[in-house]
Design a binder for this molecule. Structure first.
Ligand SMILES: NC(=O)c1ccc[n+]([C@@H]2O[C@H](COP(=O)([O-])OP(=O)(O)OC[C@H]3O[C@@H](n4cnc5c(N)ncnc54)[C@H](OP(=O)(O)O)[C@@H]3O)[C@@H](O)[C@H]2O)c1
Length: 277
């Protein structure tokens, strides 16, 4: 089987399907099921685990990865209000490391644009790398214009990833941002690849799923990683969902499938409004 993988510039190669964690850790009753789900994903080889200080679940993620840290590519994000060098970006990172019970993050992202200057953010990210607290840094919710601003700052061109909303219904970034990232070796991280769960009920995806003996969720995920340089991070709160999502990696679309998908979810033919924070 051809394996979908993504390679970070100056970084490792990982499976193109990782694990999101937004809204995990909210309910004590779900905690062990969520931890089991994350561990099942790690065992299957889904290295990337995505969290953020905004999610208030880093302690639980830290518990989930205990004993498996070397198998995980750990991503966290700084809240924009903390994204300055002199201010609190470095303290935020140190706090996340402590909660996650690790010495280093594999990737640290600016969650979205706040009031801090991008210069301050780059300077703090570069310092965190020099100090060995993060291996790579990147951004989230940035369109082409913001990426251009980052790349114009000395050190900004070391940005390794941009995490944005991307799914079969929200594909406007294919017009410009995705090729922009591909051309600069910036990994395109697709968040909400299941449309926050809405796509599992989609009739077109269910129909295509029948041809592959697959669920709508699997079709949505297979679609999200059909091209190189896209790293998709669905959130799944149960072992069953994680296993189902993992199996999506073996789906290969026919031309007929792609035509059917594009008819219902047309690819962008011009610049589209950016979907993000
Ligand atoms: N950077 C940002 O600003 C940003 C914004 C949003 C999200 N994110 C990241 O991206 C991750 C994913 O996005 P998301 O959480 O918004 O939405 P998503 O991954 O598109 O959808 C998650 C929903 O899909 C359900 N689901 C997962 N696998 C399923 C399956 N096989 N069958 C049926 N339902 C399934 C989950 O339910 P169960 O929990 O019951 O499995 C959950 O309700 C987040 O968790 C977060 O890490 C980043």
């Amino acid at each position: 089987m051809e394996v979908h993988q993504v390679t970070f510039r100056n970084g490792p190669t990982v499976l193109a399907l990782g694990q999101g964690t937004y809204r995990m850790g909210k309910t004590i009753g779900n905690r062990s099921e969520e931890i089991n789900a994350l561990r099942a994903g790690i065992d299957l080889g889904m290295q990337v685990i995505d969290t953020a200080e905004f999610y208030h679940n880093e302690e639980m993620i830290g518990d989930a990865i205990q004993g498996a840290r070397d198998k995980v590519f750990l991503v966290s994000k700084v809240h924009p209000s903390n994204a300055t060098r002199q201010g609190t970006l470095i303290t935020s990172c140190e706090r996340s490391l402590k909660k996650l019970k690790t010495n280093v993050l594999d990737l640290y992202l600016l969650h979205w644009e706040g009031n801090s200057s991008f210069e301050e953010t780059v300077s703090a990210m570069v310092k965190l790398r020099q100090d060995g607290k993060i291996k790579l840094w990147g951004v989230s919710n940035m369109d082409v214009a913001e990426m251009e601003r980052f790349f114009a700052i000395p050190g900004g061109e070391t940005c390794a990833a941009n995490q944005v909303a991307y799914n079969i219904e929200t594909r406007g970034t294919e017009f410009d941002l995705l090729p922009w990232c591909n051309g600069r070796n910036v990994v395109f991280m697709a968040y909400s690849p299941l449309g926050e769960g809405d796509l599992i009920r989609n009739r077109t995806l269910k129909e295509i799923g029948k041809r592959h003996n697959a669920t709508a969720a699997q079709i949505a995920l297979a679609w999200s990683v059909r091209w190189p340089n896209i790293l998709s991070i669905p959130k799944a709160g149960s072992v069953n969902h994680v296993e189902e999502n993992f199996k999506s990696l073996s789906i290969r679309f026919t031309d007929e499938d792609i035509i059917a998908i594009d008819k219902v979810f047309p690819p962008p033919t011009r610049k589209m409004p950016f979907a993000g924070w």
